[in-house]
Design a protein around this ligand. Structure first.
Ligand code: HEM
Length: 180
């Protein structure tokens, strides 16, 4: 359970900053990968797949940590519409963190491509082979990634608004740093 009412638990904070770094890297690796026709494409894809599966595993762990440790409440004086936007965007981020890697995995399964985590470790397919499904899942993966990027930008804007303008303790509940 949460022992402090003003901060996220330590595990939640570590997972938050680690995943922020990994997901941001993944968005740029993904975009760099599809924009590249050199041998760099295969190299970036070989990083993209295991990192994406690592994000999926971390997202499941994070969801469990989140459900077992309720977050600190938002400030009482925060307008209801902003509280609603905060909660909706946080759950959207969880959905996207789980859905994007699953769609990436399903896309490769539909295309009949193996999902190799290393030279010898191969994940089982999670979708039947189908060219039409591959095309749909390929588009879904790209559009969901763009939605994740936009949600991330909104989330960053909100964090800066709380930390620099309202100075209401919301940002420090995740950084753990409280200036005296
Ligand atoms: C949070 C996790 C992930 C993020 C943020 C992400 C993001 C992206 C992005 C931004 C692209 C480029 C889309 C485009 O503009 O067309 C992409 C492409 C791709 N992703 Fe992911 N991805 C994730 C996980 C995965 C996973 C787990 C797999 C497979 C196991 C995967 C397989 C692919 C493949 C095969 C492509 C297309 C490569 C190509 O056409 O050259 N992704 N991803």
């Amino acid at each position: 359970m949460n022992t402090s009412s003003t901060s996220f638990v330590f595990t939640a904070r570590v997972l938050h900053w680690l995943m922020a770094l990994l997901i941001l890297s993944m968005l740029f690796i993904g975009i760099g990968m599809v924009a590249s026709v050199s041998e760099r494409h295969a190299w970036l894809l070989s990083i993209h797949k295991p990192l994406g599966i690592a994000i999926l595993i971390l997202a499941v762990v994070r969801l469990i940590v989140r459900l077992r440790n309720p977050p600190p409440p938002l400030p009482d004086d925060l307008p209801a519409v902003q509280k609603l936007a905060a909660h909706a965007s946080h759950w959207l981020l969880y959905v996207l963190m789980l859905l994007i890697p699953l769609v990436g995995w399903a896309m490769l399964s539909a295309g009949g491509y193996p999902v190799m985590l290393s030279h010898s470790l191969r994940l089982p397919p999670i979708f039947p082979v189908s060219g039409a499904a591959f095309a749909i899942l390929r588009h879904m993966h790209a559009w969901l990634a763009m939605l994740l990027f936009l949600t991330f930008l909104a989330h960053l804007g909100a964090a800066l608004y709380h930390g620099l303008i309202r100075r209401d303790g919301v940002l420090s509940s995740m950084t753990g740093y409280r200036p005296k």
